[in-house]
Design a protein around this ligand. Structure first.
Ligand SMILES: Nc1ncnc2c1ncn2[C@@H]1O[C@H](COP(=O)(O)OP(=O)(O)OP(=O)(O)O)[C@@H](O)[C@H]1O
Ligand SMILES: [Mg+2]
Length: 330
């Protein structure tokens, strides 16, 4: 693959890192308040963890998708033979933001949960962060739900999502901020995992947007006022994503973004199709309460009869995933 230009530490170079000269030590590494050292091959943290992955070790395979901030590619890490997904994120950086991002990546590195996509490492080249994570070989839910999914599959997806969101909140104090079907990934073992959580939001704030998404998963309160994001806004996005996965289409359909956002704020929230059970429909309507303070917490959601009905039930998610992959729409 194309050899990355590398992190240029020649201090007169016009790179986003030129401003960081005071952090460069004589060995040509950048130091951040003793917390992290960034260099062309990755990032080392003072606690001993390191992001040793570098572009030269990666063999580029196909593109998995494009988002608002960059491209996700399948890559093979030649040192370990691990297949990974590599996301390129363009950043608009300043010093404090970069420092914050490094700390956030450190948090990610330490966190593991079966409901969260594993993070392998990151490296910086010029104004991009390359972020390597677990490759999920069936892709994201938006490409897998087809005309909709049966209730037991929906329940298992809901369980993974709620557990993943609860883990982020309880263990890492993270609000996801971008819950939607493209950020819920599936593999051929039938596992369902969340990705692209906003950490403390610093990485989010530094992102250079290339295009704006045309479907909004934003809760009504976020549309009405800025900076009103709380954990219950993620609960709304969870409910909306599940309605989409169940019914096979994004539930708000309007020709333009303005009409769509107005519908989210003013109209009755969407609900599950009639053939779903009372428990399932109640779970969704609790998540999609227009008033954020009335939406349940994750702990409450896990106790909900819909979840309780399926939590110990064996659902053949593996067969569903394989079948969904075969009829996958790209
Ligand atoms: N770890 C992964 N394994 C497999 N496929 C992935 C992985 N991460 C992302 N993808 C695929 O790449 C696509 C692009 O991902 P990306 O996060 O850049 O954008 P998005 O989630 O679709 O939208 P947005 O930019 O609005 O968040 C996703 O839709 C998903 O299908
Ligand atoms: Mg994504």
């Amino acid at each position: 693959m194309r050899k990355g230009p590398g992190l240029k530490l020649g201090l007169k170079e016009e790179t986003p890192f030129s401003n960081f000269s005071k952090y460069v030590d004589p060995s040509g590494k950048l130091n951040f308040a003793g917390k992290a050292i960034i260099h062309a091959d990755g990032v080392n943290f003072s606690n001993g963890s390191s992001f040793a992955i570098k572009m030269d070790d990666l063999l580029l395979q196909e593109e998995l998708g494009k988002g608002q901030y960059g491209t996700v590619k399948k890559v093979s890490h030649q040192v370990t033979n691990v297949v990974m997904a590599m996301k390129e994120i363009r950043l608009e950086l300043d010093e404090t933001k970069l420092q914050q991002i490094l700390m956030e990546l450190d948090v990610l590195h330490k966190s593991t949960s079966e409901d969260i996509v594993e993070f392998y490492g990151a490296f910086f080249i010029e104004s991009c962060v390359y972020y390597c994570m677990e490759y999920m070989d069936c892709g994201s839910l938006d490409k897998l739900y087809g005309d909709g999914v049966p209730e037991d599959v929906l329940a298992k997806i809901a369980i993974s999502m709620v557990k993943g969101l609860k883990f982020l909140k309880d263990e890492l104090s993270i609000i996801h901020r971008d819950v939607k079907p493209t950020n819920v990934l599936v593999n051929m073992k039938g596992q369902v995992k969340l990705c692209d959580f906003g950490v403390s939001g610093q990485l989010n704030k530094s992102l250079a947007k290339t295009n704006i998404g045309c479907q909004s998963y934003m809760a009504p309160e976020r549309i009405k006022a800025v900076d009103t994001y709380t954990v219950s806004s993620d609960v709304w996005s969870l409910g909306l994503s599940l309605v989409e996965v169940a019914g096979g289409k994004y539930p708000y359909t309007y020709d333009n973004m303005f009409a769509q956002l107005r519908a989210i704020v003013e109209e009755e929230p969407p609900s599950l199709p009639e053939h779903y059970s009372e428990e399932a429909r109640d779970f969704i309507s609790a998540c999609l309460h227009k008033e954020p303070s009335k939406r349940p917490s994750y702990a409450e959601l896990l106790q909900h009869p819909f979840i309780q009905k399926y939590i110990d039930q064996d659902v053949d998610m593996k067969s569903w995933a394989i079948q969904a992959l075969e009829s996958r729409q790209d």
